[in-house]
Design a protein around this ligand. Structure first.
Ligand code: ADP
Ligand code: MG
Length: 453
């Protein structure tokens, strides 16, 4: 068997054992470079991949290799830095290069909002897929209008502009207009004041693709809505693509005329949810990589753990950290990251312990891998650690027993109850164990976590 085939078999093995999304994020760009007498060498696309694979998936990769090559080998990594970056890599600190300004003036689009740097996760997969298909076939899909909704900072503007940028690149003859609803309204009011509302209307009528951001601004603005309603109908009838965004579910757009809302419903409405931890880490890593920054992995993880539901804040934390480190001429350390995060989040961020925290903590404390905790093994140490995790999860999180059981080995809630009783009994019988649990509780305690910072 050649090494390509061997690696493919390993990948198949891995793919069956982790979430699809994680698989694509971390394994798509990995290749088997060589097999020596004592090691396999994997080529990975970046330093972060290396760190992540080594810290999270090493035992899984070792298992896969073991099975497919038939002997225990070390896993080594070679970082193959990707040299095929675009000329104009997206950055999070806006650069005012002159050609970018010119591009912006021509299109009103920001060239850093593209599909390629929009990291995909379960929470935004559908929205991204819909946006891509609209960009590829404007006006030709059932997704007209496409309405994307989510709370703030989760990527609506990014996706709308990515559609625009894609179209501009692939079909430059198309007239694409991106604007916010606020701007639409202000322009409209302005046009009325100078008696040019007819011109205003006819200007938009020639558009091939209308990307209108934040339509919640239209609430209660009846005249603007009326104007938009006519425009919408006209474009729609000509098969022109319309993409809209709003910061709340359409059903909560009070102050928007019924007939307008029902127009939106004739297309596709998709939401974006807050990203899960892996997606958040991937986003931070991508930002850092695009900017050529080296940030230690545990710090990325730390930031991503602290900031959960706003990607703009996530980026903000990173920028702030960099600014801090430059200003103070300090290396980017965990301590610095903690300070920055504490400033941003206040103490509230640390008042909540999640099952994830508990699992990570117990894994570290009891020297059992996360995968083993999440798995079904009945080996005594593992089963014991899992019971402790269940007990701590019940003490510290608001999760239901069903949810706890689901996360820890797909058990049902009776197993969780049983685990908690077993741990309680053991605490009473075995003082040393009792003290250990006490210490674990103290360390997990969110109030204590603040003191530790
Ligand atoms: P919204 O319009 O929903 O308030 P934005 O589109 O402005 O949010 O996104 C906020 C920031 O987060 C932007 O800088 C954007 O590039 C970034 N961002 C959002 N989602 C993603 C993602 N999935 N991958 C990479 N960056 C993202
Ligand atoms: Mg926005």
């Amino acid at each position: 068997m050649d090494k390509h085939q061997i690696w493919q078999n390993c990948l198949d093995y891995i793919r069956e054992r982790i979430p699809e999304q994680a698989y694509h994020t971390w394994f798509d760009g990995v290749a088997l470079k060589e097999i020596t007498a004592e090691a396999v060498n994997l080529a990975v696309p970046g330093k972060f991949h290396h760190e992540w694979l080594e810290s999270k998936y090493n035992s899984l990769i070792t298992d896969a290799v073991d099975r497919n090559i038939g002997r225990q080998l070390l896993v080594q990594y070679t970082v193959e830095s990707n040299t095929s970056e675009p000329d104009n890599p997206p950055t999070m600190i806006p650069k005012t290069r002159s050609h970018e300004r010119a591009y912006h003036n021509r299109t009103q689009l920001n060239s850093r909002y593209i599909f390629e740097n929009f990291i995909e996760g379960k929470s935004n997969q559908l929205a991204k897929a819909a946006a891509i298909s609209v960009a590829e076939n404007p006006g030709q899909t059932p997704f007209n209008p496409l309405l994307i909704y989510s709370s703030t900072g989760l990527g609506k503007t990014h996706l709308l502009q990515a559609i625009g940028n894609y179209t501009y690149e692939h079909a430059p003859q198309m007239k694409v207009v991106y604007l916010t609803s606020e701007k639409f309204m202000l322009d409209f009011i302005n046009a009325i004041q100078v008696n040019k509302s007819t011109e205003f209307a006819s200007m938009y009528r020639n558009v091939d693709m209308l990307l209108l951001d934040d339509i919640q601004f239209f609430q209660k603005k009846e005249q603007t809505q009326e104007q938009f309603f006519h425009l919408f109908n006209e474009l729609y009838q000509q098969g022109k693509q319309i993409v809209l965004s709003t910061d709340r579910p359409p059903s909560e757009l009070t102050g928007l005329k019924e007939r307008l809302v029902s127009r939106f419903q004739s297309g596709l409405m998709v939401d974006i949810q807050p990203p899960d931890l892996e997606t958040r880490i991937a986003i931070l890593m991508k930002k850092a990589e695009d900017d050529g920054l080296e940030i230690p992995f545990d710090i990325t993880e730390y930031i991503a753990t602290g900031i959960k539901d706003n990607i703009r804040e996530l980026e903000g934390a990173l920028i702030r950290l960099l600014a801090f480190s430059t200003l103070r001429k300090q290396a980017i350390t965990m301590e610095l990251a903690q300070k920055v995060l504490q400033d941003i989040l206040g103490k509230s961020a640390f008042t909540e312990v999640t099952i994830d925290h508990v699992i990570k903590y117990v894994s570290r404390e009891m020297k059992v891998s996360e995968r083993q905790l999440l798995g079904k093994s009945r080996i005594m140490e593992i089963a014991h650690a899992r019971q402790v995790a269940m007990y701590l999860a019940r003490e510290f999180t608001n999760s239901s027993l069903i949810n706890i059981g689901y996360h820890l080995g797909r058990r049902d809630h009776t197993t969780v109850i049983h685990a908690c009783r077993t741990v309680e009994k053991k605490i009473n019988k075995d003082p040393e164990f009792g003290r250990r649990i006490e210490r674990m509780k103290r360390e997990l305690d969110p109030k204590a976590m603040i003191h530790n910072l």
